[in-house]
Design a protein. Structure first.
Length: 116
């Protein structure tokens, strides 16, 4: 979401509660992976898109950040893939990312993979 939406919600809650604390002193819970949720800003450069993110605004410093340390959604068989995704998100894979073999179907003929 664009940072302006958070700023508007912050100001609105401060006005409604007559409280100058961030978000009017109300608890605001955000969830998700910020590497995957950049705001959509049409016809601007990459730097302006990143600048419109909440993490680049001083309002971000008012949040208490908690980090999940265990991926409870990934199955045991998917651990390798989830670790690979984390490495990409943390920039450990470099500029050229190669898809692992598990991302390619074993059967290359799409007609054979269609179930009738």
């Amino acid at each position: 979401m664009h940072v302006h939406a958070f700023i508007a919600a912050d100001r609105l809650l401060q006005d409604l509660t007559n409280c100058s604390l961030p978000f009017g002193g109300k608890v605001v819970l955000l969830g998700g992976d910020f590497r995957q949720v950049l705001p959509v800003v049409l016809k601007v450069s990459r730097s302006l898109t990143v600048a419109s993110c909440l993490k680049k605004h001083n309002l971000w410093s008012k949040f208490i950040k908690l980090t999940l340390i265990k991926n409870v959604r990934a199955l045991g068989t998917e651990r390798k893939f989830s670790n690979w995704l984390l490495e990409i998100g943390e920039g450990k894979s470099g500029d050229n990312v190669m898809l692992p073999d598990m991302c390619y179907p074993s059967e290359q003929n799409p007609c054979k993979t269609i179930i009738w």
